[in-house]
Ligand binder design. Sequence first.
Ligand code: PBG
Length: 333
Amino acid sequence: MTAAAFPNTRPRRLRTAEFIRAMVRETRLAPAQLIQPLFVAEEAQKGAIPSMPGQSRLDLDELARECVELRRLGIAAVALFPVIPSERKNELGSEALNPEGLIPRAIKAVKSACPELGVVVDIALDPYTSHGHDGVLDAAGYVDNDITVEMLRKQALVLARAGADVLAPSDMMDGRIGSIRSVLERDGQKNMVILSYAAKYASAFYGPFRDAVGTKVALKGDKRTYQMDPANADEALREVELDLNEGADIVMVKPGMPYLDVIHRVKERFGVPVAAYQVSGEYAMLRAAIANGWLDERKVIMESLLCLRRAGADMILTYFAKQAASWLAEETT
Ligand code: PBG
């Protein structure tokens, strides 16, 4: 700054009191922008998740009650993830196609308890495969893209017919959005929303999620032949462009906080609705520091969510959704 400008320009004037800070605030967070991921289990598997303090595997009755509460707080939607008993898993993940399976029953439970709450379901095979990968393995142990896409489009149809509002393919197979979109069109499901996990990274931040759904013990190797390299951002733009061309309505970047640059570039380049997923490892990290008294719970959680919005996310999948919504209900500015 030049000497002449001082003291005429004082950015601190707009920071002197809360009323003025609130007037110039560029980004806001609202419960309607939050999606609560929930783990759904059969009664025998329900209970707390040690690596995600405060989160648990819910049976269908608990799920229905939780959803009523979330809706009361103004939460937009829930994203459902199943805990599949190991005796129902196999190499192909064929339980994913069962119209009476856990997720179809969970969709019905949520919709009958709380019809206005949006229901997002994951399209991927990893909770259902005995090896924990998101697709079908060939003889060499490589996830076969096209056979997997055939499974995913069937899974998508089963879950669409079960009454889901939003399908969220999280598998990172090539061409799956177009394939799912065409099967939906042919089935007359023209308004089914596809929220694509378009830029999903092969991240170490998914560890607690894999504990929660019980895929960690079985998982052989890693997911680097289909999920993206954390080193790449240009590639994320290519992935997003493909998914939009294939018929995605909303694109997601995942994880959240370590990938703010990617969220920002996607929003800038395409101007479409963007979702960010603050994943299980981000949740566990914050919870651990909060439990130790090293970070202030409310401030750090709200900052972590606001920063995802500032980077360009229109909506956020976060395990803190319920907590954040209840704090937002207390705020006046
Ligand atoms: C599975 C899926 C994963 C997550 C969402 N869907 C895990 C993975 O890809 O291994 C991670 C979510 C989280 O960590 O909170 N397709």
